[in-house]
Design a protein around this ligand. Structure first.
Ligand code: ADP
Ligand code: MG
Ligand code: MG
Length: 200
């Protein structure tokens, strides 16, 4: 079973990994964006961990909805509302249970990813965070956290040959081809942090 502490560890591991990889995320956002993805997420996840320490929510759902709200209010770019919606919607789907099973979490995360697709209008293949998140939730159902991590990393790498159809990178048309999507790359970090929190 996964308790509030597991979800706090997930957010802390994400924040640490975003700190380590911020320069790389911003560098990926330079040729096909506005070179701020690393700093956007760094600001957002630092605020998330600070708020979680201060308010100490005690259910999985409360941890994720608070984290999502914090991302929405601190990240100005497209990724803030999108990641904020992912976490908030996932948290809402978990309700107020003190502990949730891996299967319940997988179902909730799928609802979160669906909400991101509804909000942003992106489908798989559009060269966005969705290209890492959808394979991750599919793999989570079948193979657990470690399989989800591998699927997200492969999904992020597979964005390189794609032409962007959503977000800033889509303004470049064919010139967006040949670059890995920064948001898919940060989504792979988020999913890897999940496996880390689970000790896998
Ligand atoms: P901004 O583009 O506003 O500067 P960021 O640089 O923080 O925001 O985030 C860019 C990332 O957000 C992209 O690499 C892409 O993965 C993701 N993204 C942008 N628009 C969408 C969308 N409509 N749906 C899903 N993801 C999107
Ligand atoms: Mg950007
Ligand atoms: Mg920006």
């Amino acid at each position: 079973m996964l308790d509030a502490d597991f979800f706090r560890r997930w957010m802390a591991a994400t924040s640490a990994s975003v700190d380590r990889e911020a320069e790389r995320l911003t560098a990926l956002d330079s040729p096909i964006g506005d070179a701020d993805h690393g700093s956007n997420l760094q600001r957002g996840f630092r605020a998330v961990t600070a708020t979680l320490e201060k308010e100490a929510p005690d259910t999985p759902g409360a941890v994720l909805t608070l984290a999502g709200r914090q991302l929405i209010s601190t990240v100005g770019g497209a990724s803030g509302p999108l990641y904020g919606t992912l976490l908030r919607r996932t948290g809402k789907a978990l309700g107020d249970a003190g502990e949730v099973s891996e299967a319940q979490f997988a179902e909730a995360l799928r609802a979160g990813v669906d909400a991101v697709m509804t909000l942003g209008g992106a489908a798989p293949g559009d060269k966005t965070m969705i290209d890492a998140l959808v394979p991750a939730v599919d793999a989570l159902d079948e193979g657990g956290f470690a399989a989800a991590r591998t699927a997200a990393e492969e999904g992020a790498l597979a964005t390189t040959p794609l032409q962007a159809r959503k977000g800033r990178a889509s303004y470049l048309g064919e010139r967006s081809i040949g670059h890995q999507d920064p948001g898919a790359t940060s989504s792979a970090l988020l999913v890897a942090a999940l496996a880390e929190a689970a000790g896998e």
